[in-house]
Design a protein around this ligand. Structure first.
Ligand code: FAD
Ligand code: NAI
Length: 328
């Protein structure tokens, strides 16, 4: 019997690969350094309800992903979000409606990865620090010094900077991952006891410390008494203020929000900040996934394609496809 396949990372890319391999009858074992699944699609449970601090919504353009999303919709994992969209440019706020279908997880973004994970075997709070190959099999080492294995193949489904060290056994793949620059994003959530007097529910922002804002509770299925908002800072501002204390980040972004939203903004009853160090790849790539099929080492993630939810899913599919192809 073949040894199982290790998958490092339970974001959408890792789970996309896991689903396909598991459906093909292969044994897999997932690992994640966090306490739960979702990665950058995680939602934060808080006193103000659950808040999507990472991915805000997603679009589906590739036929394969469109089909997957339709199945998720039929199972109640996702729903369409039709926000009143605005644009803010040079301080000018204007409505910016369009025909694009936008999806969100229900009742929170992390519902998707939670459902995909289902009963698959996983170890959380387990940060893998080393991936090495013996004569025939792979062994993983974690930050606590424990070994895991043997595995027949390993799929690394982490952001590129975290994948680089884990790919040391395949220097070409490691140097490709090392070439990917990933930009940070500061995310702030604010909750107000009375609803802000604005019809705005989502806004693309330019020329501002902010990049995007969303009325979190305008998304389907969100349950909260507060008027909750999620603000994302631009990559440039986030990089410049990478080590700023959270309270100051909240103060700055609250200020920028109050200045651009065009209505009175009181002190929030609730606030929190989260720093995404590796939020998005600085550019798109066409790699699909990275593979050294003879070794049995693969890497996938949004950074192999478009830096979006769709790219993460497609990259996981590609890693699984290449692994299955090699086994035939
Ligand atoms: P991740 O979700 O990052 O998953 C990687 C996983 O690996 C994580 O769970 C992590 O804990 C784990 N991990 C890392 N290192 C280790 C290790 N050494 N050992 C064990 N586990 C490890 N996309 C959109 O399409 N629409 C949006 O609106 C959107 N907005 C975004 C806003 C923000 C602020 C951010 C941060 C991202 C946004 N994205 C958006 C991008 C989207 O979230 C990502 O493209 C997608 O979630 C990436 O999935 P992934 O599986 O490739 O990586
Ligand atoms: P999309 O088609 O809605 O947006 C793509 C881009 O088109 C937007 O960033 C915006 O600049 C522009 N745009 C779209 N509709 C618009 C409208 N009605 N008015 C004005 N501008 C509009 O979605 P897609 O292609 O799926 O992209 C996902 C989103 O995720 C993007 O907004 C992207 O910036 C964001 N993202 C954010 C990350 C972060 O770290 N903050 C990381 C990865 C993605």
């Amino acid at each position: 019997m073949n040894a199982p396949i290790a998958i490092i990372g339970t974001g959408l890319a890792g789970l996309s690969a896991a689903q396909t391999l598991s459906a093909a009858g292969l044994d897999i074992q997932l690992f994640d350094k966090s306490r739960g699944s979702g990665g950058r699609m995680a939602s934060k449970r808080s006193d103000a309800g659950s808040l999507d601090m990472g991915a805000q919504y997603f679009t589906a353009r590739d036929r394969r992903f469109v089909e997957a999303v339709q199945q998720w919709q039929a199972r109640g994992w996702v729903a369409e979000w039709n926000p009143q969209l605005y644009n803010s440019h040079m301080g000018q706020l204007s409505p910016s409606p369009d025909e694009q279908t936008r999806w969100v997880g229900t009742p929170r973004m992390s519902a998707i990865t939670r459902a995909l994970l289902g009963a698959l075997p996983v170890r959380f709070s387990c940060r893998i620090t080393e991936v090495f190959r013996g004569e025939q099999h792979w062994t993983l080492q974690d930050a606590e010094g424990c070994s895991h294995g043997p595995f027949s193949s390993v799929i690394i489904a982490t952001p590129a900077p975290q994948a680089t060290a884990l790919l040391a056994a395949a220097p070409k793949l490691a140097s490709t991952a090392a070439s990917v620059i990933m930009d940070p994003t500061w995310a702030v959530a604010l909750g107000f006891t009375s609803a802000l007097d604005t019809p705005l529910e989502g806004c693309f922002v330019r020329d501002n410390p902010l990049d995007w804002l969303a009325r979190n509770r305008s998304k389907p299925g969100r349950d909260t008494n507060l008027d909750t908002w999620v603000l994302h800072a631009s990559s440039g501002w986030s990089r410049q203020h990478l080590d700023m204390p959270k309270e100051q980040v909240i103060e700055h972004l609250h200020g920028a929000f109050a200045e651009m939203i065009g209505c009175a903004v009181p002190e929030p009853a609730f606030s929190l900040a989260h720093r995404w160090l590796y939020a998005r790849p600085a550019g798109a790539h066409q790699w699909g996934a990275l593979a050294d099929a003879d070794l049995g080492l693969y890497a996938c993630g949004d950074w192999c394609l478009s830096g979006r939810v769709e790219g993460a899913w497609l990259s996981g599919q590609e890693a699984a496809r290449r692994l299955l192809e090699h086994r035939q």
